[in-house]
Design a protein around this ligand. Sequence first.
Ligand code: BTN
Length: 245
Amino acid sequence: MFNSIGSSVIKIDELDSTNLYLQQISKLQTMNEGVLVWTERQLCGRGQQGNIWYSKEGESLTFSFILSPTFLMADEQFYLSKAFSIAVNQYLVKKFQLKVQIKWPNDILLNGKKIAGILIENNILGNKLKQSIVGIGINMNNQVFPEQLRATSVLLNSAHKVDLRECIDEMIPFLNEMYSLVILKQWKEIDRLYFDSLYGYKKNLRFHSDGYFNGRIVRVDEVGYIYIETDAGVKKYTFKEVMFC
Ligand code: BTN
């Protein structure tokens, strides 16, 4: 029986990483699906590809929740990424009227700068998913960022200084709505929503892989491969193989 995301919300004053915490605790005890953990002081946030996720106390929203999507095949796992990036994107549009977009695979960007990131860590058993820890970081009340980051925040783009706990409560229905589409395997609907918000979808863009080239994103599949069309045809790439310029 699925307990909805956020059926229990736990605040911990300080953590290295909310993802790491859920991973460690789920090894020690059985966790109810949907448990959400957040902190105002994340000391060593984990980002994609082993990067560090920058967060500042009371300004950055950092939380993770645990799921058991045992109905998902390993090669359908990117639907979790699509679903939760749509949920975060929709929340920022509806609540703050921000013109955010999803940048493949699942970054949330505003005017070319990162406003939110999602890290999903899956445990796979055989060819099915056993457990997923979904971590979400949103720059909410931040006014400055380290120089090297191309980042922005809700506060810098609206007059809103927000209450972080309230934001979690407001976002939970968006997360549950999108997760229910995953449970029902509504792939067409998830794809429609993902491509509607995908940065550069079917537009001419410049990329770098072996060299520089111009192309158009025409598809992102269930494993997360991006398909780029050029004059030479359509070629697929994984995350590390291609960069946007
Ligand atoms: C990215 O690199 O874009 C993903 C960033 C994900 C950051 C969030 S913050 C809450 C959760 N805990 C972590 O350690 N990382 C994720």
